[in-house]
Design a protein around this ligand. Structure first.
Ligand SMILES: *[C@@H]1O[C@H](CO)[C@@H](O)[C@H](O)[C@H]1NC(C)=O
Ligand SMILES: *[C@@H]1O[C@H](CO)[C@@H](O)[C@H](O)[C@H]1NC(C)=O
Ligand SMILES: *[C@@H]1O[C@H](CO)[C@@H](O)[C@H](O)[C@H]1NC(C)=O
Ligand SMILES: *[C@@H]1O[C@H](CO)[C@@H](O)[C@H](O)[C@H]1NC(C)=O
Ligand SMILES: *[C@@H]1O[C@H](CO)[C@@H](O)[C@H](O)[C@H]1NC(C)=O
Ligand SMILES: *[C@@H]1O[C@H](CO)[C@@H](O)[C@H](O)[C@H]1NC(C)=O
Ligand SMILES: *[C@@H]1O[C@H](CO)[C@@H](O)[C@H](O)[C@H]1NC(C)=O
Ligand SMILES: *[C@@H]1O[C@H](CO)[C@@H](O)[C@H](O)[C@H]1NC(C)=O
Length: 496
């Protein structure tokens, strides 16, 4: 009160308090540094005297504030003081390769911190607020802290939008990889190997600039597909071995700098895409111990390729598959290469113990495919028409969608075609009279005839469902629909 009346009194007081404030901050830095020196065992050599700015490996700015601490590889044990984040001007913290234990201190609000090397120590926990407000962080290295209590990557990390390098391999990280990678436009290197991460690759990897991606050897295993890799054009090294990743190997032709791709020990299915064999920078690749099918991939001779192990290729070396095998693999492809078929259709002779297949033993021709009730989804591949000795085809009681391929009508020996209880669409092709076709339980199949019989309905949708390769746009009553209707009507007449 009344201070406003005493301006001359006020100015020196103000100066004094500013001075006081500055000296408090300075002595706070010294206070924290002395605490750090005392909690490390032994006290780092060169860490004596009253001015921490003169200690070995310590840098200060012109205001006598601590900006860098370098104690890497000094055989230090002991612990870190919990108020280390009082060093608010700290930019670089290098404590790697010691045996420091106890909880990591929070780094919260170290807004100037650019690089923190805490790897290869013996820390016991990561505090919840560890990553709060690290606005300048570029490099964080936490790997090889084997005794950390399980922790997961917190969403607070999104505040570190300048992040370039994040290493936390062998650090007991659990949970999912958070879907936050749109926040790190500069991220180049993400290493989280040998942890206990689960769940999928985050969709926000899409379009990221990550070059070096190590997510290998998770205890239980990451799952889901790796389709997103195809959008990560900057990738150079991808280690995903030792997980539970599945689905197809995607087209990686955008990844022109990729030189090292480790996919072994997962559950990938399908055929190896030819685009993988022609990746321009590839030098190292591993595919072994998956469920891959089709012909054994052939890489350029300069590529170190580990392919064998347990896979389901038709051959043990490069070369084309038997033509019936090729057709059956295309059939499996229509269903998305399900694990049941990857496991069941191994090798180059479909007449040698392949489940779901019956052969004419004399000629070694596939005569029966029975895939009824196998929980299949996807589409019926027209490649079935290449199995020209096929007599019976059972695909009933699955969840198949899409059209019945016209090519099936060309199978010269076909007698039984059971497609009942699926979700097929489009017209019913005109099969020869000798073929018994079962299509009941496909609500949308041949719907065009029903809607025209009923004198209305959704002709538009039907015409597009009707012609996968034809002219889908016309809402009018096209000749194709007309033909289909006639076929369906004839079919109905024949049935009843
Ligand atoms: C970080 O700063 C915010 C705002 O200044 C403050 O509320 C919070 O308590 C600080 N956190 C820590 C752990 O120091
Ligand atoms: C690391 O800490 C654990 C206890 O948390 C201890 O048993 C172990 O000996 C420590 N390792 C080293 C190398 O000091
Ligand atoms: C990646 O993102 C683009 C647009 O952001 C999207 O069109 C594309 O489908 C996405 N690809 C994958 C594999 O998620
Ligand atoms: C390829 O892998 C082998 C063994 O895994 C390794 O020794 C070699 O350095 C790798 N080469 C490249 C170019 O990554
Ligand atoms: C089916 O046979 C045709 C003609 O021989 C061939 O061009 C095609 O590649 C075959 N498709 C499959 C999947 O076997
Ligand atoms: C079926 O067997 C006959 C006689 O051996 C053969 O000519 C024909 O190519 C075989 N068909 C298929 C699809 O392999
Ligand atoms: C079809 O899919 C549905 C849901 O996705 C599932 O409940 C049903 O069991 C499946 N039917 C067959 C025959 O696999
Ligand atoms: C059949 O497919 C349609 C759309 O394609 C879908 O809405 C419907 O749920 C499916 N029915 C079954 C039984 O899967």
């Amino acid at each position: 009160m009344g201070e406003d009346n005493k301006p001359f009194y006020r100015l020196p007081f103000l100066l004094l308090s500013i001075f006081h404030l500055v000296s408090v901050v300075i002595s706070d830095d010294a206070f924290v540094m002395n605490k750090l020196a005392a909690s490390l065992k032994p006290t780092p050599s060169g860490w004596s005297g009253s001015d921490p700015c003169k200690w070995t490996g310590v840098n200060c700015d012109s205001n006598h504030r601590i900006t860098a601490i370098n104690l890497a590889s000094r055989s230090l044990s002991g612990t870190l003081p919990s108020d280390l984040n009082q060093l608010s001007q700290l930019q670089i913290l290098s404590l790697q390769n010691n045996i420091i234990s106890g909880p990591l201190p929070s780094l919260a609000n170290l807004t100037n911190l650019e690089e923190a090397f805490l790897d290869r120590n013996n820390f016991t926990s990561v505090p919840l607020s560890f990553f709060v407000g690290l606005e300048s962080l570029q490099v964080l290295s936490l790997g090889e802290n084997y005794n950390l209590a399980p922790w997961s990557i917190p969403l607070d990390l999104v505040q570190s939008s300048s992040l370039v390098t994040f290493y936390a391999s062998k650090a007991n990280v659990v949970g999912m990889i958070p879907d936050i990678f749109r926040s790190f436009p500069n991220l180049q290197s993400l290493r989280l190997s040998y942890n206990r991460l689960t769940g999928p690759l985050p969709p926000s990897f899409n379009g990221s600039n990550i070059q070096n991606l190590w997510l290998n050897n998770q205890d239980y295993g990451l799952s889901g597909t790796i389709e997103v890799l195809g959008t990560m054009a900057q990738l150079t090294q991808v280690w995903l071995q030792g997980n539970k990743l599945s689905g197809l190997i995607p087209d990686l032709s955008a990844c022109t700098s990729l030189f090292d791709l480790q996919l072994r020990d997962n559950q990938f299915t399908g055929v190896v895409p030819t685009t993988l064999m022609s990746l321009p920078s590839l030098l190292n690749v591993s595919l072994s111990n998956n469920k891959l099918m089709g012909s054994f991939p052939e890489f350029n001779s300069n590529v170190q390729a580990i392919i064998g192990g347990i896979n389901n290729f038709c051959n043990l070396k490069p070369g084309s598959c038997d033509s019936q095998v090729t057709a059956l693999i295309a059939v499996a492809g229509g269903f998305g290469y399900p694990m049941t078929l990857a496991d069941a259709w191994d090798g180059n002779d479909p007449c040698h113990g392949w489940r779901f297949i019956t052969c004419d033993t004399k000629n070694k021709n596939v005569t029966v495919i029975n895939l009824a009730k196998q929980h299949l989804s996807g589409k019926i591949s027209p490649a079935i028409a290449n199995l020209t000795s096929l007599r019976d085809l059972f695909l009933n009681d699955n969840n198949l969608t899409g059209p019945i391929p016209d090519a099936l009508t060309t199978l010269p020996q076909l007698r039984v075609l059971d497609l009942s209880n699926n979700n097929l669409t489009g017209k019913i092709p005109a099969f020869p009279e000798r073929v018994t076709v079962s299509i009941s339980g496909n609500a949308l199949l041949g719907h065009n005839s029903i809607s025209s019989e009923e004198g209305g309905g959704s002709t538009d949708t039907l015409s597009s469902a009707n012609s996968p390769g034809g002219s889908p746009k016309s809402p009018s009553f096209s000749p194709a629909i007309f033909a289909g209707t006639v076929v369906v009507l004839v079919f109905h007449v024949l049935r009843f």
